[in-house]
Design a protein around this ligand. Structure first.
Ligand SMILES: [Zn+2]
Ligand SMILES: [Zn+2]
Length: 247
């Protein structure tokens, strides 16, 4: 595979239009590709335009994925508070870092960074939901306030992004079999699943120093229940697996 093949997708997609994916018939175009060295490995970042909203979704690609089968794939939903600020109210940052590291360790792979803060309700609404939780809402109520529900459009965008990258089949990095079903429904061949398991290390200090309460929710250092904003809980090798949620 040519080193510059990903970059060629911008020209390929310039006039791309298709019937779209999913109920919302979302269609995406590759509009930019750049090198992205990171502390977790060397990647290229691929920017997508879509015909449904102004959100700028990106794929973080390791190695040559085009035309490949069984490509290690992680879908990550944007979380400003977790990913960037290191919030302990959720485990998004740990999951993102683990995803990037795992993908970097594979011959090739991709992290789809989906701009759906708070499961698509947006940053302001997510912070309002946090506020309700601060005022005493229980975790279930907070989950509802956070918009924890199926959003097929997200999987549809992800499915088209994978198609745009000419990925033939994916091994999906998730502990939630439902995600596999949703991608399959949108025409992505899921040839396998990579359990979302991390060995104990400096990056999961959060998990190792927390304990699960009787409802199985992780509690953060400030005593607040830990919300599963990524839709699947992470598993720690050799640690209490109670945090594994079926959501
Ligand atoms: Zn399209
Ligand atoms: Zn989060």
């Amino acid at each position: 595979m040519s080193m510059h093949k990903l970059e060629d997708l911008v020209a390929r997609d310039r006039d791309h239009e298709c019937e779209g994916v999913g109920a919302s018939r979302v269609c995406v175009r590759v509009v930019g590709v750049a090198d992205l060295p990171t502390r977790f490995g060397h990647f290229r970042i691929v920017a997508f335009w879509n015909n449904r909203d102004v959100k700028e979704h990106v794929a973080i690609v390791h190695g040559d994925v085009q035309g490949e089968a069984h490509v290690a794939t992680r879908m990550h939903s944007e979380c400003l508070t977790g990913d960037v600020l290191g919030s302990l109210r959720c485990d998004c940052r740990d999951q993102l870092i683990m995803g990037l590291k795992r993908i970097a360790s594979e011959p090739c792979g991709v992290v789809l960074y989906l701009r759906q803060e708070g499961r698509g309700i947006g940053l302001i609404n997510k912070i309002r939901a946090y506020s309700l939780q601060d005022q005493g809402l229980d975790t279930v109520e907070a989950n509802l306030a956070l918009g924890f529900r199926d959003d097929e459009r997200d999987y549809a965008i992800a499915a088209h992004m994978l198609k745009s990258l000419a990925i033939r089949s994916v091994r999906l990095m998730t502990n939630n079999p439902k995600k596999v079903g949703e991608l399959t429904k949108h025409g992505v061949e899921v040839s396998g699943r990579i359990p979302h398991v991390i060995p104990p290390n400096e990056h999961n200090r959060f998990y190792l120093e927390t304990k699960a309460n009787r409802s199985g929710h992780w509690i953060d250092f400030s005593g607040k229940p830990h919300l599963q904003e990524q839709g699947d809980a992470v598993m720690i090798e050799g640690a209490n697996q109670q945090g594994q949620s079926d959501e």
